[in-house]
Design a protein around this ligand. Structure first.
Ligand code: ATP
Ligand code: MG
Length: 616
């Protein structure tokens, strides 16, 4: 698949301090030719045929009359991202956001940010704010053509009510007083046609009276519903007179107690699309069987003059399934409320806030959405694909640094003789190996440095090229050293390693490579190394499909998904800001934790390793 070029995000340079690599705003993966997909083909064909060319747009959502008085729509297409504000967005939503906003951007359209808040029970303004944040952080904007396209479906309750009355008057809807159980039985099943409700042939006048009584609060919750009158024998069960309004006494976060009846999702959604002049209404595959009702409803309301033609059309794509990840809001909530993770933004969570804190960038998620594409059949995407996108974008942009995650002291016993007493030797390294123009980072080598514990072996296994008595290695960007021995405690644990500096081997000086070594190890000097907490994250689940079938996803929680270590990092990291990302050489990509990092108490999260260690 085509690689999306990622522009380097480093700007400015200075000595011994790192530039930040905070990502600039959106647009990342535009311009170049995109792989086509069935949605692009549909849109291109509609644009060519002028399917939506005559639409008008009044500047705000509204009915047929409202838009007819408007100007020709400046947006060539209109899409929408319509979350229910009942939880934090996750990686699956990121796919949908990139898709809907991306298509609008690519085809001269507008994507509406719409809160689908027709279900009064579960909504919360905390979620509303986090959703808006997530969309903007991903690099998208609902402002276009000088207007904001931020809408909420509850603003359309009046119209929905009017549409329901219209359907009743036109003989297309009736109030059904059967019990839920009777309705269920009479709906039939795949092999058996449904049975008409005894209330189905009530007159329009009777139905209208009843419906108004429902609205006026004369009946208890669940006593009756308004149903569309379509076909109880339809092979599509969704067309067997679906319920479109129910009685539910609940305080809505916008409309308060104004309503005690609420529209069903399948009725509300097409109307929301139509009032907003959406052209391409893109949803996940499970709504495929609802499409005939969507079209039926649009046709009835256009017939009645309530909505203008052409109607929006629904298209379905396969939702994202990602291995080792769960994307059900309910199950994610359970992880949070059971304290299996430390909140919605725990870096192990597949929520957008979690991914962000883990070190994911908007570019990496846009690249991921682009790379997985859209299809019409369900499949699983390997978690390694997501990690690969992060690695790829960070490799191009992240400043480099050395860090020792499991430090043991290395003492250079002949330092004073070779280098001079109290001498600290200046060393430098490129900020980014492929961007020399970014300059160098500076640090000093002294008689004591920290190295990784695993870089020393008293009795080396075959093929081990790092430190063991008698072996020479290079301290990266510094000198070649020769290991002499180790200091141990009574139990035989290594407390420190000893070595001698080999004269005239300093990196970058003439003749420095006269002595050939097979190992190069990273290090941080004791005198200027900065202690830092490093949080090493791993997958949250051990099972590739933790909640498939009837599996209890809690059973496959990875007990080692978080390991906290005290590390030492090079002095150039002294001034980093929370949210900055780096490559710790030999280790992987790390981000200064957005919440807990401070310059006096640095905290870094492992975002992704240098190599994929999971796919075999
Ligand atoms: P959940 O099942 O986690 O509650 P949802 O589908 O109910 O998710 P909504 O808030 O209704 O969440 O979703 C908003 C939009 O995001 C919808 O258009 C939906 O199609 C899309 N979406 C949700 N989950 C995924 C996913 N896994 N892959 C792609 N798109 C998704
Ligand atoms: Mg939903």
């Amino acid at each position: 698949m085509r690689r999306v070029p990622v522009p380097p995000k480093i700007s400015g340079m200075s000595h011994s301090t790192h530039p930040t690599n905070k990502s600039a705003a959106p647009a990342a993966v535009t311009d170049s030719v995109k792989p086509s997909n069935f949605l692009r083909q549909i849109i291109e064909s509609d644009l060519e045929k002028g399917t939506y060319a005559t639409r008008r747009w009044a500047g705000t959502p509204g009915d047929a009359t409202h838009h007819a008085a408007g100007q020709p729509d400046p947006a060539k297409i209109r899409t929408r991202f319509p979350p229910e504000p009942n939880g934090y967005l996750h990686i699956g939503h990121a796919k949908s956001i990139c898709l809907n906003f991306g298509l609008a951007r690519d085809y001269g359209g507008v994507c509406h940010m719409r809160f689908d808040d027709t279900n009064p029970e579960k909504e919360d303004t905390e979620y509303v704010n986090s959703i808006l944040d997530a969309v903007q952080w991903l690099g998208f904007d609902w402002h276009a053509n000088g207007q904001s396209h931020l809408f909420q479906a509850s603003d359309y309750f009046d119209f929905m009510y009017r549409a329901a009355e219209y359907l009743i008057e036109a003989g297309h809807a009736y109030v059904d007083e059967q019990t839920p159980e009777q309705m269920r039985v009479n709906r039939g099943d795949f092999g058996k046609p449904g049975v008409d409700s005894p209330y189905r042939n009530h007159s329009a006048a009777e139905n209208l009276t009843r419906f108004r009584q429902m609205r006026d609060g004369l009946y208890p919750d669940g006593a009756m519903v308004l149903r569309a009158k379509i076909d109880m024998a339809s092979p599509n069960i969704n067309m067997r007179d679906p319920a479109i309004y129910r009685i539910r006494r609940a305080t809505h976060h916008h409309t308060g107690d104004k309503w005690c009846i609420y529209p069903m999702y399948t009725f509300a959604h097409p109307i929301e699309d139509a009032l907003e002049q959406i052209t391409h209404s893109i949803c996940t595959l499970e709504f495929e069987d609802q499409r005939p009702f969507y079209d039926w409803l649009m046709a009835r309301l256009i017939e009645g003059g309530l909505l203008g033609a052409p109607a929006p059309k629904q298209y379905e794509f396969a939702r994202l399934n990602l291995t080792y990840v769960i994307t059900s809001k309910r199950k994610l909530a359970q992880l949070v409320y059971d304290h299996r993770v430390n909140g919605w933004d725990d870096p192990r969570m597949p929520t957008i806030v979690g991914l962000r804190r883990r070190g994911y960038t908007p570019e990496s998620l846009q690249l991921f959405a682009e790379r997985i594409g859209v299809t019409k059949s369900d499949s699983w995407i390997d978690y390694a694909t997501l990690e690969g996108c992060l690695r790829e974008t960070l490799d191009a942009s992240a400043p480099r640094a050395m860090a020792v995650l499991d430090p043991i002291k290395l003492v250079l016993t002949n330092w004073d003789e070779v280098m001079g007493a109290d001498v600290l030797d200046d060393c430098s390294a490129p900020i980014h190996p492929h961007h020399p123009e970014l300059g160098k980072r500076q640090f000093k080598m002294g008689p004591e440095v920290w190295i990784e514990r695993s870089d020393f072996e008293e009795t080396p296994p075959k093929g081990f090229f790092r430190l063991f008595p008698g072996n020479k290695v290079r301290l990266k960007y510094g000198h070649v050293i020769e290991c002499t021995d180790a200091i141990k405690d009574e139990a035989g644990n290594v407390l420190s390693v000893r070595a001698t500096v080999v004269k005239d081997t300093k990196s970058g000086t003439p003749g420095s490579d006269a002595i050939k070594v097979k190992g190069v190890i990273t290090w941080v000097a004791v005198h200027d190394g900065i202690p830092a907490e490093v949080r090493i994250y791993d997958r949250l689940f051990l099972d590739a499909q933790p909640d498939a079938g009837a599996k209890d996803f809690l059973e496959s929680l990875n007990p080692h998904s978080l390991k906290v270590v005290m590390a030492v990092v090079e002095p150039s990291l002294a001034t980093v800001q929370a949210g900055d990302s780096f490559q710790f050489e030999r280790h992987g990509y790390f981000v200064a934790d957005r919440i807990d990092h401070t310059q006096s108490k640095p905290v870094f999260n492992l975002a992704v390793g240098l190599k994929d260690s999971w796919t075999k």
